[in-house]
Design a protein around this ligand. Structure first.
Ligand code: AHR
Length: 518
């Protein structure tokens, strides 16, 4: 595919050309004996005490004028219901290693405050604590994923927190009951520290392996609750961290985490809404690179654990731009365009390929921080283009992965920096099967050209299009804000048909299509 940059920059926004070419692309399903199921948990979310993620994003307090249910925003609850969120990680992030859970229980007017030193020095009043988090998860049928404080906490603190949450009787259960919760909650996922190589304590992997082994020893199962213990993992290309942790502690963990953001320059991450075609393709290249990063970490894990007993848990991922002008730099509030939607779709497509090892992923973050599902301002809320991708992809949750061969042209990504040189496939896709329905999601990454996609259906044993949805903007930089909340949204997709045993899809430039086939 030829990358025409003539279509760019009109007041720094990228307009799709009127005289677009149509490029033929073939997608062939590969019949495979090895079946792996896409863990619903890879559609997980992350909520940190950071900026307005919790306060103003999820939680407004019972007395707020903003319509709420027991303090949780009604608009946000409704939006989240449609995503069928399987798991939610809390309370951090870097915040987790400074969080002392006892500050967040009991009468609100008696809870101590603290300075959130990682995120803008904002004073945290602890009004959203253990009860508020677990009740929120219960309300939405979400599995909680607790990140415990290793960096500035103690083993005793962690032990008592688990007991408080999950024990039927005993001193911590008594305290919980005094605070209004009779029955224990269920707690499955527990992360021992966060980014322990950095904000979580600056450990070496050898040191952290030992610390992990000690902490997990005292992470007890109470009254039938069974913990799934996750060790703090590497970031990006740090394969040595994975190697050392697997070597020293694989028998003590169920999961090992990994973090990956699409940042190419931490000093200037670029604007969320103003970007050139070059930056668009760089970002997509960086997003696609998650495939090889997962693959390399998986190879290291395979070396120590060929039977794949230990899961890879990608518990932070997504785009990270400069904050919106005029907002607190420590609050990581960013807009979310069709470019972010493309990143989400390409990343989720890559995740499906590794469903034999990758058992959870948590996009950062659920509200008002980084690549969010929703943005709020006072009593207003918008859902983002990324939200729509997660909504379109709900049918993939729990589906059996169908490998695809894609015969597509590529957009070369040129750069003076070697590490930016990647190539972006024009068409990228994923397919899963569940209860006789095949869900196919196809991404046309081209800013210029339409794609005519052809898929032979024989091996899929389906012959009818049940439904179709498309997500696209008028411009790749389109986003939803409080004045135009529905600029980007999904529409019913009709440009697909079945002819001579082939599915034929006509996709506009920069679009994402999901089809259900029966
Ligand atoms: O998601 C924002 C921050 O990114 C998290 O707190 C930290 O774990 C990561 O560096």
């Amino acid at each position: 595919m030829k990358t025409s940059y003539l279509s760019l920059i009109c007041g720094l926004s990228i307009i799709f050309p009127i005289n677009a070419k149509t490029i033929d692309v073939d997608i062939t399903p590969v019949v495979s004996q090895e079946k792996s199921v896409v863990a619903p948990e890879i559609y997980g979310q992350f909520a940190e005490h950071l900026g307005r993620c919790i306060y103003g994003g999820i939680w407004v307090d019972e007395d707020s004028d903003i319509p709420n249910t027991n303090g949780y925003r009604n608009d946000v609850i409704e939006a989240f219901k449609a995503l069928e969120i399987p798991v939610l990680r809390w309370p951090g992030g870097c915040f987790a290693d400074e969080y002392h859970w006892k500050d967040g229980i009991g009468p609100k007017n008696q809870r101590p405050t603290m300075v959130n030193s990682n995120w803008g020095g904002t004073v945290e009043d602890n009004s959203f604590g253990t009860h508020e988090f677990f009740n929120f998860c219960e309300l939405l049928g979400i599995e909680p994923y607790l990140s415990v404080n290793v960096g500035s906490g103690t083993v005793k603190e962690m032990m008592e927190w688990i007991e408080y949450i999950t024990a039927k009787d005993g001193p911590q259960a008594k305290l919980r009951k005094e605070n209004g919760r009779e029955e224990p909650w269920k707690l499955k996922y527990i992360g021992i520290g966060n980014e322990s190589w950095g904000c979580g304590g600056n450990f070496t992997p050898e040191e952290y392996s030992n610390v992990y082994r000690r902490y997990q020893t005292f992470a007890h199962d109470f009254d039938g609750n069974k913990l799934y213990k996750i060790a703090s993992g590497a970031s990006d290309y740090d394969y040595n961290w994975t190697d050392v942790l697997m070597k020293n502690a694989k028998n003590q963990m169920k999961g090992l985490s990994l973090h990956y953001y699409t940042v190419w320059n931490w000093n200037d991450k670029g604007a969320a809404t103003d970007f050139t075609p070059e930056l668009y393709y760089y970002t997509l290249g960086k997003a696609l690179e998650i495939d090889s990063v997962i693959n390399r970490h998986a190879e290291v894990m395979d070396k120590h654990d060929p039977n794949k007993r230990v899961a890879m848990i990608l518990d932070e991922w997504g785009t990270w731009w400069n904050v919106e002008p005029g907002t607190n730099p420590g609050h990581l509030y960013q807009q979310n365009t069709m470019r972010d939607a493309m990143v989400a779709a390409l990343t989720l497509n890559a995740f499906h390929k590794y469903s034999d090892r990758l058992k959870m992923a948590n996009i950062a973050q659920i509200a008002n921080v980084l690549q969010s599902m929703v943005l709020t301002q006072g009593d207003k809320m918008v859902v983002t283009p990324t939200y729509y991708v997660f909504k379109m992809y709900v049918p993939h949750q729990g589906g059996t992965f169908i490998p695809l061969e894609i015969n597509t042209p590529y957009t070369p990504v040129k750069s003076e920096r070697k590490d930016f040189e990647r190539k972006v496939p024009m068409v990228n896709a994923t397919a899963t099967e569940k209860d006789g329905t095949v869900t196919l999601s196809v991404v046309n990454t081209s800013l210029d050209d339409k794609a005519k996609v052809s898929v032979p259906l024989e091996s899929l044993k389906v012959g009818k299009i049940e439904s179709g949805e498309i997500l696209k903007g008028e411009k790749i930089s389109d986003y939803n804000d409080f004045d135009s909340p529905e600029k980007v949204k999904t529409e019913i997709f009709k440009d697909a048909k079945i002819k001579n045993g082939h599915l034929e899809i006509e996709m506009p430039a920069a679009s994402i299509v999901t089809l259900k086939l029966v």
